[in-house]
Design a protein around this ligand. Sequence first.
Ligand code: SF4
Length: 501
Amino acid sequence: MKRLLLCIPNQSVHYRGMNARPQVSIPLGILSIVAFLRENGWAGDVRVYDARLSASFTTTQEKGGRVTLFGDDEATMGKRIAEIAPDVIGISNMFSAQFPQALRMAEVAKQACPNAVVVMGGPHVSVFPEETLEQPCVDYVVVGEGEERMLALLRCLEAGETPAIPGVLGRPEDRRLLRDHPLVKVNFIKEVDDLPLPAYDMVDVERYFELQANGFSPRTREWGQRAVTMITSRGCPHRCTFCSIHATMGYRWRAHSPDYIRRHIALLRERYAIDFIHFEDDNLTHDSERYDRLLNILLELLPRLPWDTPNGVRGDGWTLERVRRTRESGCQYLAVAIESAVQNVLDKVVRKRLDLAQVDNLMVFTHQEGLRLMAFYVVGLPGERLEDIDATFRYALARYFRFGVWPGMNLAVALPGTELGRIVERDGLRDPSLPYAANQLTTSEFSPADIQKRFRRFQRLKILIFLWRSLTSWRDLRYNASLVWRYRSSIANEFRKAFGM
Ligand code: SF4
């Protein structure tokens, strides 16, 4: 029987003049694979190695400039992998911007254990399976969801057979095992309830709690001391042009049953005493009736468990009653994904199929119910005019001023595997030699400098509204003071950027 090591690479947090926040959370995808292997009787030895958990920083000088890494350095990673001596090494890569680190870890793994089989999975490699396979340190690429494919691959390797598994590439000719679709190359698990609960016992959950509560959470607002991410559904039928989930989760929305969610929450509460849930589904509120049933589960919990939706939910389908039950069930704030204040941009550029009038209803309802609302916007998409972008900035500030809807303004990122990425590449709107980052697009309407200038002005006005709201509302003052204290260093950074200090 083989020994399998599943790895999460260290993170690059400063490279070529760009900064990224170190982020650590329990690796749910990997823990779901482990649980699936166990449930299906795979009797090999499984280990998990998360190179981020040391939370150390290493700075090196490379050709492109200074690089700072978060987590174990290469020597430590190589030593850890060699000590475990696995037969198969799986490396997870969640974000395209971190793909070079995942690849570096694959090289380190191959050097440490030359006879081991190295497998890569995750969103980036699901979009570029063939290119990833060209790397000499990578033996197999798993596209899409990993549970069933990893089990099938391990069984083939143990039997000494050449794998021929849809969605698993080991040789260039395996491309025939992929679907002929530009974004979605594989099929997806139909019944997500057939998956066992993630194997939390495989990791040091306390260490994740500690790092998250001390500034390394991926969420911009981390209120819990023992917070977990939970995913109650996979996939999304919508086709927003910038969205990258379809290559890994598909267009078909598949939800866990109330019974499954109840068991999951009970496990986390009883075994790990969790005090907060971040629901990070791709589309948590796609089915309003199912969302109501989720609220029923949360309303049953005594004492209540605080929760939020940091990925954002749809802005349609809300009623006053639904918002009230959301608040009563423990929701601390809702994040809603609006994207643009211009209906035409929403329809033709973002292609979100969202009616702005319904979003306004949600703002009124949450204001009435005293439930905090945060809104995500994105500007700088090809097809937008400068006046559209200005309208979104104005809308975001006006809704913050009037209803207290905190504006989370994003500058467009053309990720690979998205319709936006395809348009940008086709029209040559971005320098392809740059690592993926926000605000790199130049169109006939705007340049990154135009967007940056407007964004700075927006940030300054946002800070002024923040101060005004704090001084005129006792409730906002208390909330904002705790926010400032908790996020003092990142707020100071934002302040410096906004005022050019
Ligand atoms: S952005 Fe949200 S609604 Fe749009 S496709 Fe992605 S998950 Fe679906």
